[in-house]
Design a protein around this ligand. Sequence first.
Ligand SMILES: NC(=O)c1ccc[n+]([C@@H]2O[C@H](COP(=O)([O-])OP(=O)(O)OC[C@H]3O[C@@H](n4cnc5c(N)ncnc54)[C@H](O)[C@@H]3O)[C@@H](O)[C@H]2O)c1
Ligand SMILES: [Zn+2]
Ligand SMILES: [Zn+2]
Length: 391
Amino acid sequence: MLLCMGCQWVPFAEVVSLLTVAAVAWEAGKPLVIEEVDVAPPQAMEVRVKILFTSLCHTDVYFWEAKGQTPLFPRIFGHEAGGIVESVGQGVTDLEPGDHVLPVFTGECKECAHCKSEESNMCDLLRINTDRGVMLNDGKTRFSIDGKPIYHFVGTSTFSEYTVIHVGCLAKINPAAPLDKVCLLSCGISTGLGAALNVAKPKPGSTVAIFGLGAVGLAAAEGARIAGASRIIGVDLNSNRYDQAKKFGVTEFVNPKDHKKPVQEVLAEMTGGGVDRSIECTGSVSAMISAFECVHDGWGVAVLVGVPNKDDAFKTHPMNLLNERTLKGTFFGNYKPRSDLPSVVEKYMNKEIELEKFITHEVPFSEINKAFDYMLEGHSLRCIIRMDASP
Ligand SMILES: NC(=O)c1ccc[n+]([C@@H]2O[C@H](COP(=O)([O-])OP(=O)(O)OC[C@H]3O[C@@H](n4cnc5c(N)ncnc54)[C@H](O)[C@@H]3O)[C@@H](O)[C@H]2O)c1
Ligand SMILES: [Zn+2]
Ligand SMILES: [Zn+2]
């Protein structure tokens, strides 16, 4: 804003609350309601972002359904998105208004032992916390309706035209990158790609099983293909997924429902003892156990990606581990959001990865509930939700 001070126009950054439009989840499993919501100014180390595009990931759906998760309502969901910085709070030096950013559900403070480790992306300060609905700075929300607080989700709450996010959960990206495509890199696609390339690390010529052929699983298949895997076996309860999956390098398909014996035994028979790598992208604990037990002894590595229910327990015989199988898990494909995500965006810009094929649906913000229906019916990979806004 420009203010006249002694007949001289000088820049003055006045950051005030603003009224925005957001999709509020008032109750578990009930359609979201588009509401006018007050968004407070960003506090120290926070950034207010104008969201242009967002999409739906299954993690939003679990916490909205709140069947196996802690219910916290009213809440604004959304964590896969792209936007533009509107204003910054005190102490923010890395970002300024106009910067293009991708919000990420798990952050990077750049100072803790995890952020300094080459191996971890589990930042002490900003790692994913699905049960916290408030900002770290003051334990309060930045969203309210008539003074009543509306809770945040994983620090991002992107189902809102404006949202407030900790600077450590924002990756600054190439402004030439189309936000309606690269928004997908802010969760699902980077998670699947990274689970394959950074964590499972299949060797050229190896056999990889992917459990769950949604967007995350298909991005993992894409990562396995890029790494040179020769057989990529997709496992899904929904047989309609197979045709789509072929476009992502999946070479064979197994539906556990078509077999009497456990799917891990089916896979072992198909592969002479087990797959070299498996990547689980379903969120089902029984699929997680199968994904571990289907890897070859001696060298097999299983990677868990799906988000389990709160009370799930993973049970397998210890001999499965003694027989030299490895079990791993990862959030966000082991990428550090601020340090690594800009270069994943560049891979899209250089045509090393394709995002268009993950986009099966698009809806305006006013029809956001359709995105939930498409995912629950198993029809969509990713549905782009266009906020009623232009840059
Ligand atoms: N770890 C992370 O950082 C991270 C990030 C994003 C998403 N996730 C999780 O990854 C999972 C996949 O997300 P998505 O958005 O691709 O979901 P999605 O709903 O689009 O895809 C999930 C697929 O799994 C299949 N499936 C479900 N149960 C199965 C079973 N028992 N056996 C075989 N297939 C089964 C479904 O039919 C579906 O095709 C979810 O659990 C999500 O919460 C984790
Ligand atoms: Zn997600
Ligand atoms: Zn950190």
